[in-house]
Design a protein around this ligand. Sequence first.
Ligand code: AMP
Length: 296
Amino acid sequence: MNLAELVDPPHAQGDVKLIRARDELRAALASVRGEGRSIGLVPTMGYLHEGHLSLLRAARAECEVVVMTLFVNPTQFGPGEDLDRYPRDEERDLRLAREAGADLVYAPPAEEVYPEGFSTKVEVAGELTGVLDGDPARRGPGHFGGVTTVVAKLFNSVQPDVAFFGQKDAQQVAVIRRMVRDLDFPVRIAVLPTVREADGLAMSSRNAYLDPRARQQATSLSRALRAAEETAPTAGLAAALDAARAELRVAGVEPEYLEARDAEELSEVAELGDRPVLIAVAAQIGGARLIDNVVI
Ligand code: AMP
């Protein structure tokens, strides 16, 4: 069946179907699944940019039905973070999602995801959620608890064959992969490379917070990572981190963290070995807290 046939006129948005209720989502996908068609899921918080669109296009190329979720998940924001001012433009998101090949956009209100009495958490314990962004002095493990809980719910509601995530959020990828493995979710996780602006800045909905000066400073993050990447093979990881720190210093950026870790376990590493090493950076630049990373 063509999904366009399922479109409910009041919700119609070209040939993308907008759904707000989980039961309606389930009903729409039950018929798709009954026909044996593969489902790809792209979870987002909206305010779409080319990074999101690359995930949608990959899903379009690989799956027969593409579901994008658009939900600014309150439980992954800490007190004092940017939940209230997180940029939103649903109309534009629907248009871009449709153009990139989404068949269905699930954009539930918060009460649909967290009804009264909601009291369950899905949490990956240990180092994966306790370091880098999960360090209690930063966003803390609660951030990833919010992420894994909502992603587990989305996996259950959509039951995708493949779910698409961006390498931009490297720790999120490591945490979700572990959750999927530990809880036997029958889904394959596909990870797509970080999409960047021409000057190297990793695309992010939060880049909208940058004034021109901060926008310029923000280019130092990718320069720093590139310096690390170039330095590491010959001079080692410590020198690579020094080279990255020097790039940030020149730009007047003080990182929240700049660390080298095992890309999968997120354990500390002192030297390059035979396993991929993640170099991750986070910094508050102007009005935006930005993250970026490279895997060597
Ligand atoms: P968000 O809306 O920021 O929660 O991101 C939704 C998905 O898009 C996540 O899997 C992100 O990792 C991914 N994503 C965000 N920015 C980028 C980027 N610049 N390149 C590739 N994927 C991205």
